[in-house]
Design a protein around this ligand. Sequence first.
Ligand SMILES: [Zn+2]
Length: 517
Amino acid sequence: MQPYLALLTLLLPGACTTPHTPAATSKAIYRYRVNLRRPDHDRLRVEVQVPPTRQRQVVFVMPKSVPGIYGALNFGRYVTELTALGPDNEPLSVTRQDTNSWVIADARRLRRLTYSVADTWDQFHHVAGEAGTLYRSAGSAYQPDSAYVLNYNTFVGYLEGHARPYEVRFTRPAGYYGASHRPPQPLNDSVDVVRAPSYRALVDAPVLYARPDTAWLQLGQTKVQVALYATTQRHYAPTLARSLKPLLEAQRAYLGGRLPVDSYAFLVYHAQGRPGSYLGDGLEHSQSTLCLLESPGLADLGPFLRRLTTHEFFHIVTPLNIHSREIESYDFRQPTFSAHLWLYEGLTEYATVHMAIRQRLQTLPEFVAGLESKARDMRQFDNTLALTELSRLVLTRPDQYYNFYLKGALFNLCLDVRLRELSGGTMGTQELVRRLARRYGPSRPFADEELFDVITALTYPAMRGFFRAYLEQGQPLPLAETLAKVGLRYEEKTATISIMAQLTPAQRALRRAWIGQ
Ligand SMILES: [Zn+2]
């Protein structure tokens, strides 16, 4: 935190106190102005002062996708009326190149851009099969009478080849508060400002703007904010925070007692749904999660919300602390995908189910029932497709993506048991991620093609063949063989799992090492 704050002080000398005499360097940032008081028919008017360029022409880009989303969302499609202006407010020639990019001629004269951005979800009501209902957690909603859900990727862009810091000023509706891991700071009674060292960092910190309903939790050394907007009720965040706390404490214990971040924010938007309707959509960020939930009422939200937030919260391990170059230097215009979604999503999902039994939040039969439903649901997918291959091609095989939460999670179960078997119980996936996090960490990405060799070197030579067979070649998972080692019987034909009555000493020891009972 310190080096970054110092850098900003250097770059923004008195930016807010002396607006008429900015230092030369302060021009070299993007300065956005967004008025949240008056969206025009669900459209946000946006203005940006851009950094100077020496190029003859520049390309203004809106993202095709964002980290954590494995689909082409093309945020440029929400942008209209884009105007480029010179020093005397004269319009410059703009040509729309494709959905997400605009070519601006005579770019040396370019000073400002103005445009209008549509709401990406008018109401949070999913309609089965309706295009665009997926991934609302990466979108934005502008509801001046209730709440703004702001993902910067929907209304902030960049000039290609001009990576610079960002400053975003929001004119906020009276009484509104912006909750975020990178919270908007009040400049005066009506304007808040957010600063970020890069586009990537800005997009990583969505904001929930509403009348305040927030609560704080202390988890060891980590401060956790729970901010809520519910369509039916206010002042519910403390109740929500209380119901999340035992689970977050269990996650902290599972991760070894210390979380890899000093602060974290849960931004929760809740809409009332029809009886029996439970819909959830969450997107993880380095130090926050945006959760969109729909259920009949707030009180019955419990297990549903906890299930969603557990998965998202575990993402602080991967990709935050362990990720490839594709994620570290994310290309918003033309993203390329890492081969390791089995890790980012598969291991995260496995940790979610494994933690529940390990920390005794679940009984063995409940845990087994959860595994069984994954094994059963997995059969609806193409399991001959290698997970590393699916990971790279994820944009072209969206129908298969969900298998990372099924087969991907079960692969990690096999990996966990195999590691514990080879290590005499001392090392499983929990210890493996700790070793990987020590080697890499938040700012040191791995090269995609080296990961299996690195894990093999950190563990056992036999693991290289294990990754080759079950991830790279797409061979059927050794589920029956693996589960038998811990005293569970897997019936391939019916995809059922039962608990063996009599265990050998070896089965008992390995099961205890695996789930602590
Ligand atoms: Zn996830």
